[in-house]
Design a protein around this ligand. Structure first.
Ligand code: 4NP
Length: 153
C-alpha cells in the first residue's frame, strides 16, 4: 500500500515543506514509495517558495526545498490523505475548522525518544537548524513506523 501523507504547519513555508522534503529523501533512501505533500492552515504565503533561511539550512544538509510552493489546507485533504501530520497542537486545533481530524497526528509522536512535544516554529524562534534536526528525527521515526506496520500486514 502506498501511504498518502500530508504535512501541515501554519504558513507552509518553514516546517511542513521541510518535513515533506526530508521525508521524501529518507523514504527514497529506504526504497519506500510514498505520496507526500504539505500545506498550511493559513493562506498568507500561498504560491510562495519556502522561506529563504529555511531553504538555506536545508540545502546545507542536502535537501532541496526550492521546487515547493505553499498552499492552504483544503477540506478534502482530511479524507484524501491517509495521515495528516502536524507540527504543533495549534495546527491540530486549527485543522478542526477544515473538517474531521481523525487522521491527524503530531509529527513528534513518531520520535518519542527525542522528548519533544512539538516542532517549534523557526519563523519565530529563528532556530532553523534545530527545527531541521528535529524534523529529521521525526521523519526517521515515521518511516520506522510505516515499515513496522507494513511487516505486520
Ligand atoms: P511555518 O512558519 O508554519 O513553519 O511555515 C511560519 C511562517 C510564516 C508565518 C507563520 C509561521 N507567518 O505568520 O507569516
Amino acid at each position: 500500500m502506498t501511504h498518502r501523507i500530508l504535512f501541515v504547519c501554519l504558513g507552509n513555508i518553514c516546517r511542513s515543506p521541510t518535513a515533506e522534503a526530508v521525508t521524501r529523501a529518507k523514504a527514497a533512501a529506504r526504497g519506500l514509495e510514498l505520496i507526500l505533500d504539505s500545506a498550511g492552515t493559513g493562506n498568507w504565503h500561498v504560491g510562495k517558495p519556502p522561506y529563504a533561511p529555511m531553504q538555506d539550512a536545508a540545502r546545507i544538509k542536502g535537501y532541496d526545498l526550492s521546487p515547493l510552493r505553499a498552499r492552504q489546507v483544503r477540506p478534502a485533504d482530511l479524507s484524501d490523505f491517509d495521515h495528516v501530520i502536524v507540527m504543533d497542537n495549534d495546527n491540530a486545533s486549527d485543522l478542526a475548522s477544515f473538517g474531521p481530524t481523525d487522521r491527524v497526528a503530531l509529527f513528534t509522536d513518531y520520535a518519542p525518544h527525542v522528548g519533544a512535544s512539538y516542532i517549534p516554529d523557526p519563523y519565530f524562534t529563528r532556530d532553523f537548524e534545530g527545527a531541521l534536526a528535529l524534523i529529521e528525527d521525526c521523519a526517521e521515526g515515521l518511516l520506522d513506523t510505516l515499515e513496522r506496520d507494513a511487516r505486520q500486514d
